[in-house]
Design a protein around this ligand. Structure first.
Ligand code: T6T
Length: 358
């Protein structure tokens, strides 16, 4: 089968949302800012600020493409995108604070730290700006909603994929990103829980690369020194997986050490094609961006709140066998939005403990 998703069913957006209290954004004839002429009527327009987890990451670039395409389709909102140079709450907080000062109608943000970003996000909400978490989240429920991959299920899927790749025996370890990032913490947790189900696999533990492919490569090289019989690695995000693959290549161990990587950035795709990586779990960041803008639009224009606060988008397993299948290839991350096509996928309510389905 060409594609395996973390979720397969989709329910209609109507089923997900219910009308909430009117948000006080009715059309007025005399309000100056934010009104635009649409046919005969004046239509309110909205400004959404999108704060990425980090700039220059193909995952967030693709998410932005989805957000921009959806904004263009809806016609009455703009999305202004920016993000920190590194995945670091001390860099993201001042960006968020400045965005709040600029008074957008809403904010969509991938918080850099589940605990550390609560206070700055609360300050935005206290200033009257609704905040939607995309991808990563905070340990709080002050935000309007969360839209993300089922990361824990993704971690379990990675463990199953790695186990299969190494013939269910041998030593494996995890290159993770940074403690406190909700997504990658959950992937690590899911992996650790699932790998226990393989009695002949020895789990060597988890190390952190600080979202830096060079550090991931160093960690992997050191691990190859201490455990030359290493069988497999799970890289929990794009940079972790990319760095691990480059170290394996450098060590001349391509094919001998199997790599499962979360994400599907261009370098990861090359690594998969060349045999340096064996399986990728592509998230659907474009779908996250599209559905985030749709959700904020519905909230701002109609006061409609999502019925379920935690919404999940899909993920697709990518292998050398299926990578050319158009239904798989469409989920590979992009470097720019030139060929982005709207998918109009609808996220589904998160189910605690959901398992991936074939
Ligand atoms: O894996 C994605 C994202 O889901 C995670 O929160 C941070 O890393 C990425 O952006 C990939 O680099």
């Amino acid at each position: 089968m060409a594609e395996r998703c973390l979720r397969t069913s989709a329910i209609s957006r109507r089923g997900l949302v219910k009308a909430g209290a009117a948000a006080g954004v009715g059309i007025t004839l005399f309000g100056a800012a934010g009104l635009r002429r649409s046919g005969m009527a004046l239509q309110k327009s909205y400004r959404i600020a999108f704060i990425q987890g980090v700039i220059g990451d193909n995952f967030y670039i693709t998410m932005n493409c989805g957000a921009q395409a959806k904004a263009q389709e809806l016609g009455n909102l703009t999305v202004e995108t920016q993000g920190p140079e590194k995945f670091d709450q001390t860099l993201q907080t001042p960006i968020l604070n400045a965005v709040v000062q600029s008074k957008p109608d809403a904010i969509m943000i991938a918080p850099n730290d589940a605990q550390g970003m609560i206070a700055p996000i609360k300050a935005a909400i206290d200033a009257g700006i609704p905040v939607l978490c995309v991808d990563t989240t905070i340990n709080s429920d002050i935000q309007l909603a969360n839209i993300a991959t089922d990361n824990e299920a993704g971690g379990r899927l990675a463990a199953q994929g790695l186990a299969a790749a190494i013939g269910k025996k041998g030593k494996v370890f995890v290159v993770n990103v940074k403690p406190g990032i909700s997504t990658t913490d959950l992937r690590g947790k899911g992996f650790e829980e699932e790998i226990k189900n393989f009695p002949d696999i020895q789990y060597l533990g988890m190390e952190y690369c600080n979202d830096d492919a060079n550090v991931a490569a160093q960690i992997t090289s050191a691990r190859l020194q201490s455990d030359p019989d290493l069988s497999g690695i799970f890289g929990t995000n794009l940079f972790a997986a990319q760095g691990a693959a480059s170290a394996i290549r450098q060590a001349g161990k391509t094919g001998a050490v199997k790599i499962v990587g979360f994400d599907a950035g261009p370098t990861q795709v090359q690594d998969l094609k060349s045999g340096a990586a064996d399986l990728l779990i592509a998230q659907h960041p474009g779908d996250i961006g599209e559905s985030a803008v749709q959700l904020l639009h519905d909230y701002l224009a109609n006061g409609t709140k999502p019925e379920n606060k935690n919404l999940v988008t899909g993920a697709t397993i990518v292998t050398r066998d299926n990578i050319n299948d158009p239904d798989v290839a469409r989920y590979l991350y992009v470097a720019d939005c030139a060929n982005y096509k709207l998918s109009n996928a609808t996220p589904i309510p998160a189910v605690a403990g959901a398992t991936p389905t074939a």
